[in-house]
Every structure is written in C-alpha cells, then in structure tokens.
Ligand binder design. Sequence first.
Ligand code: F6P
Length: 359
Amino acid sequence: MANPKRIGILTSGGDCAGLNAVIRAVVRRAVGSYGWEVLGIYRATQGLMNHPPEFLSLDIKSVDSILTHGGTILGTTNKGDPFAYPMPDGSIVNRAEDIAEGYRRLGLDAVIGIGGDGSLAILRQLAQQGGMNLVGIPKTIDNDLGSTERSVGFDTAVNTATEALDRLHFTAASHSRVMILEVMGRDAGHIAISAGIAGGAHVILIPEIPYSLENICNKIRERQDRGQNFSIMIVAEAVKNEKGDIISHTNTLGQNRLGGVGHYLADAISKCSGAETRVTTLGHVQRGGTPSSLDRLLASAFGVAAVDLIAEEKFDRMVAWQNRQIVDVPIEEAIAQYSTVDPEGALVKTARGLGICLG
Ligand code: F6P
C-alpha cells in the first residue's frame, strides 16, 4: 500500500464512554493531517456484511461536537458472531467472506477496530482470513485487555461507580443500613477495587478473591460493635464464594447472564448481622454518559496513534498505554493476556492497608 487514501473505522462489542472521542481523533488525524478519506462503518462488522455496505463518510465537520458524547455515532453490537451468524430464517452461516467483500467494495486500505478482547479476537481472525489491514484500539469498561494499562471507557465507569458510592454513603449513614453496590466488569474486578477504594467502601468483593460470608459478616458486626451502624459494600458482578459459585440467571432467551449477586448477599447479610440491607445495581449506567477527562485524553491519543500506525503500514497491531507512553503491541498478544486484578498487587495491598474487607 504505497499511499493509503481510504480507511474504515468501526466500534465493536459493548459500548462505553469515549468511543466518539476516538472517532473524532481518528478523523482529525487522518483527514486533517494526511488528507485521507474516512468511512465510519455502521454497527461493527454488520455494516461491511450487508451489501451494499452501510457506512457514513466522516469529515472534520461531522465530528465537530462529538468529543463529549457518550455511546457511538456508528452504533455497535456484541451479538452475532460473524463466523456463526444467526440468519433471519434460523440458519447459522459463516459471514466472514461477506465482510471481506464489503471491505473490498468500499476500496478500504485499512480498518481501525475499536473493541475489547472478544471483538478484537474476531476482527483479527476476519482480517487474517479476508486480507484486511487491521489496527486495534482498546476499549472496555472492564479494563481486562492485556498489554495496556488502560482501555477507553474504564475511567468513566470507575468515576460513575465512585459517585454512586458517595451518594450511598449519606443515605446508608442516615438509615443505619448496609448498602450494596453491584458493578459490572465480567471476570475482572478492576471497577470494583478502584471505585471501592476511591469511594470509601468497607467491603470490596472482586472475582479474583473468593469471598466468605463469615468474613463479610464479621466485618459488619465489628463496625456495629464500634457503633458504626452502617456499611458500604461494592460487589463485582462475577464474584465467587469459596466453593467457586457465581450467582447468575437465565433470561427469557435462555442465555446465562451475570447479575443478582448483590441481592443474594443482601439477604445473607441481613440474616447474619441483623442489619437492614439495600441493593443498587449500577448496570449500564456505567457504560453511558459523558467521558471523563482521562478517557477523552486516552481516546484522543489512541486515535492519533492508530492513524499513524496505518501511515507506517504497521498492521495487526493494537495501540496501548504503558508507563505513561502510547506504544503498539501485536493484537494477538493483547487478546492472549486477559488482565485481572492482581491479588498481590498495589490496589489490593492498599485496600488491605486501609482495613477494607476483601471477603
Ligand atoms: O464487557 C462490558 C460489559 O459491560 C460487562 O461489564 C458486562 O458484564 C457486559 O458487558 C454486559 O453486556 P450487555 O450489554 O450485553 O448486557
């Protein structure tokens, strides 16, 4: 590719705050600095799968005021594996070639995929099979992608959870209640440990450290004995007890979903401590809203760096944040190293040092 002129950009997987800030940065760098054309692909790979491909031409004016907007102007999906795609007639079809055909029809020289571990793994396989030039940008509120200390969306989610704890603190103290905040994060406890410390939680439960109900109840009773009649708990959605049990439920479509552990713990804690308990499940509030300053910075830096990688013809790479620098790493390496909270790491040590119960 001697002189790349037309690149695609798509957002894939669950949304988060900061995606539009990435799109804006890519367009400003690609159009403004290099004079390229940028096509925004609709709804992840679905815009390439459908023929004619569905896209939006992005010029600098079109991204003028999206820096602070939540969600993604391109739409996204975390359903419909293109290698086993559910068709309207109920059949399951491999649509990988349709996506490669969409890339060719649009005359793309490269595509920037903004995704988490699952999306980047799928995009990489599609790129390899279909001869597409791919550069990845990490985004996920879960912050569980390897090779990068931060992913776009994480900081905003932590700020949202911290603010929720701040609000719960007052009402917990007024009513002498145990307030439980259930947060997302899948198998990684990054949101829970960060927001828990920042928000002054007394109990933080993360999937990486199995909890014992007895330890939690002891902590609450200890506080009651000292006349501290309220407690604040933050619980990651996929926490496990000592037997490894996770609380999940099956929805009407027969899919197994995380969520509900907050209510389970609330009942158990009422029984063992006599405390009145209430549960707040933060859910998708963590994914929406205005991106924090840090997420805007990260999104802007990642967007510029991703376009520069295309200019250098460095593909199959993901931009990453390491030691206060933007670097690039093989996508393969980033998706292979699922990043969870280190039970011996700085944040766990900090929490223990503050006397926080970790279950
Ligand atoms: O991976 C991001 C995430 O928000 C997880 O923290 C959460 O478990 C999941 O997505 C929720 O997915 P959905 O949007 O399908 O409910």
